[in-house]
Design a protein around this ligand. Structure first.
Ligand SMILES: Cc1cc2nc3c(=O)[nH]c(=O)nc-3n(C[C@H](O)[C@H](O)[C@H](O)COP(=O)(O)OP(=O)(O)OC[C@H]3O[C@@H](n4cnc5c(N)ncnc54)[C@H](O)[C@@H]3O)c2cc1C
Ligand code: SF4
Ligand code: SF4
Ligand code: SF4
Length: 416
């Protein structure tokens, strides 16, 4: 087998590696920082199982899907539930129900600063680690067989992930299970691991301190002023608005997102999951008005199973049914694939100048790019500019922090 699917379509799910009877496939990171399957043709027996199980190669039609999706605005009732999640905390409320009833939950867990992996959770403590969006691709290759095993032994399973991961799971299983519930989070694409590592490396050089923790969805200054917070060696807490955070800014523009995300097959109303969750940024109703500062989820129910999940948490959340038009208007990626602006240009600049300079140069005129690329050929100048730009992000964050000092202090007192 030379290739399972074209590289620009592959989502890196690792199902092909999991099903290969000869273990001929290894998931390896390419030079842009994304995992792809690599086939050992000396071992491959050309059985075609990898291709038959790849969600990019097969079309799946789900049983028991409503004619029309149903949409809701939903928020967990308590501040405690809302402050440690990305939007309205629906995922955790549903997951909690699974755990207290002795069932199993799968989802993405952040390990250290820059590793995200899908894991199995069977306790409240372990499911807490799945909360919040992590803007890195979660590794899934080793999880598929575990999910199958739980399902085969009759356990009730909630599997959560982005659209391509839900599709990958169904493709791997090859059939529907009555005891499987799927929960999709809407997705803006996933950024490159190696670009993220380089960002951390240059930040360390600029600050003289290592980033020890990163939280991609911090709500201390409010849900709509979404922030990214980092803790460095020595416990310094840096809180930065997402819109101006250097790594997140480039991610939102799609400079270093995975290639397949530009043509995401799942950015439409025909999704695979039972229930789909997003941020309800443009909620216009009144019933949940009090939650606009703390987080509201947009929930899309597609099956009877989704209704069942929502019914089980109804006493713990505020909810209101909304129309499809309002849902689509609020959530671009419900119907549109993420854009990849200047991806090729970014990687060209990045190879010569590293993260901070490439990110900064991407929006500059061609003449400025050429001039700086010439200057940064000299390693001493390159490192000096990188350091200056790395420190600038902290300077900007500090200004924000001093402006909101009181709110940050109150938050720490209340939720510590
Ligand atoms: C990479 C990514 C991009 C997103 N882009 C958008 C967007 O453009 N617009 C929008 O409205 N919403 C987006 N979301 C979804 C949104 O941020 C919330 O996750 C969603 O609203 C659910 O929030 P919550 O409060 O219910 O749960 P939370 O507790 O915040 O979310 C936890 C859930 O997210 C899953 N998860 C977290 N990180 C990952 C990951 N890296 N890969 C796979 N699953 C993960 C967990 O498994 C769990 O199911 C994105 C999420 C991710 C992970
Ligand atoms: S199964 Fe997943 S990792 Fe393998 S080729 Fe298909 S999309 Fe890529
Ligand atoms: S064709 Fe069969 S043996 Fe070869 S890589 Fe695919 S699954 Fe493995
Ligand atoms: S944008 Fe689509 S293909 Fe890319 S990670 Fe998200 S769900 Fe997968």
């Amino acid at each position: 087998m030379k290739q399972i699917v074209e590289k620009e379509k592959c989502t890196g799910c690792g199902v092909c590696a999991a099903v290969c009877p000869k273990e001929a496939i290894t998931m390896k990171m390419d030079k842009s920082g994304f995992y792809y399957p690599v086939i050992d043709n000396d071992v491959c027996i050309e059985c075609g199982k990898c291709q038959r199980s790849c969600h990019c190669c097969i079309k799946r039609t789900k049983d028991n899907v409503y004619d029309k999706n149903k949409y809701y605005a939903v928020a967990a009732k308590t501040d405690k539930d809302l402050m440690s999640v990305s939007s309205g905390g629906v995922f955790f409320k549903i997951a909690e129900q699974f755990i207290v009833n002795g069932n199993i939950v799968y989802g993405a867990m952040q390990e250290g600063v820059g590793e995200v992996t899908h894991v199995r959770a069977d306790s409240i403590e372990s499911v807490k680690k799945l909360r919040r969006s992590k803007y890195l691709q979660s590794k899934t290759t080793d999880i598929w067989k575990q999910v199958q095993q739980d399902l085969e032994t009759g356990k009730k399973v909630l599997f959560s992930g982005v659209g391509c991961q839900i599709a990958a799971l169904y493709a791997f299983l090859g059939k529907d299970y009555p005891n499987l519930y799927t929960c999709e989070v809407i997705c803006h694409g996933v950024p490159s691991y190696s670009v993220f590592e380089q960002y951390l490396k240059e930040t360390k050089e600029g600050l003289g301190k290592e980033v020890r923790e990163i939280c991609f969805r911090d709500k201390r200054l409010g849900w709509k002023n979404n922030q990214i917070s980092m803790k460095t060696d020595g416990g310094k807490d840096i809180v930065c608005a997402s819109g101006i955070h250097p790594f997140h800014k480039g991610y939102l523009k799609g400079y270093y997102s995975r290639e397949c995300c530009a043509n995401c097959q799942y950015a439409n109303l025909e999704r695979n999951a039972d229930i789909v969750l997003a941020d309800f940024w443009k909620y216009a109703g009144e019933k949940l008005g009090a939650y606009k500062k703390k987080g509201i989820s947009l929930v899309c129910c597609r099956t009877d199973k989704a209704d069942e999940l929502l019914r089980k948490i109804e006493n713990q959340v505020m909810q209101e049914e909304v129309g499809e038009e309002e849902a689509i208007k609020s959530c671009r990626h419900l119907t549109h694939t993420p854009k990849q602006r200047k991806r090729k240009l970014f990687f060209e600049l990045y190879e010569k100048s590293g993260f901070f300079i490439a990110q900064w140069l991407c929006e500059k005129p061609r003449a400025v790019q050429k001039l700086f690329l010439h200057i940064v050929e000299n390693q001493v100048y390159r490192r000096a500019i990188q350091k200056k730009l790395a420190r600038k992000q902290i300077g900007v964050s500090m200004k924000i922090q001093s402006k909101y000092r009181k709110r940050l202090e109150d938050f720490v007192k209340k939720y510590k």
